[in-house]
Design a protein around this ligand. Structure first.
Ligand SMILES: [Zn+2]
Length: 180
């Protein structure tokens, strides 16, 4: 099998204990069979690879923005977002049930302890929640610009407090009343 990025031969290699994939010796790109991955998920003990806190690394930029073709069947690979923080995208062949993962993308999954959530990321719900998180982040950025970061943080804390308060309606009415 050849890399969809540079057409070089891929070699069988474990990308996590007990999880074999085809890896590019040139750039560390990974061709992962999702059926193999699913079997690995079922075998692994819950919390075996506990989530490590993400050490605030740089967002991953898109490394292969060009269209890639499946090295197995030649179909155009579909792009999937990895998370709302990264613009990097995974390339998936649905008929072959396989996915191309750049070395940096897999490293990001390992770093955030999310190697087990690949199927969730690739699901419609997973992609939707990534898009929603992104929209929310954009809105928050606009509010910060408009109100200032400090005031926006204060507003958010106040709203959370109000929403959780049993007398929310009365408190809101009081706030809207002219000062007495
Ligand atoms: Zn294919």
């Amino acid at each position: 099998m050849k890399s969809p990025v540079n057409q070089q031969d891929l070699q069988k290699q474990d990308i996590a204990p007990g999880l074999a994939a085809l890896v590019s010796p040139a750039d560390g790109g990974i061709w992962l069979d999702l059926a193999t991955y699913q079997r690995w998920l079922q075998r692994r003990v819950e919390n075996e690879d506990e989530a490590l806190p993400d050490t605030g690394s740089e967002p991953l930029a898109e490394t292969s923005p060009q269209a890639l073709f499946c090295p197995q069947c030649g179909a155009l690979l579909q792009k999937y977002r990895l998370s709302s923080e990264h613009s990097a995208r995974l390339d998936r062949c649905t008929p072959c049930h396989s996915v191309w993962i750049d070395a940096a993308e897999w490293a990001a999954l390992v770093r955030t302890g999310s190697t087990h959530s690949l199927l969730q990321v690739l699901s419609d719900a997973g992609q939707r929640s990534i898009r929603e998180a992104e929209t929310r982040q954009r809105q928050h950025a606009r509010y910060r610009e408009r109100f200032g970061a400090d005031d926006f943080a204060r507003l958010q804390a106040t709203r959370d407090w109000l929403n959780a308060h049993p007398q929310r309606a009365e408190l809101l009415a009081y706030l809207q009343k002219p000062a007495d």
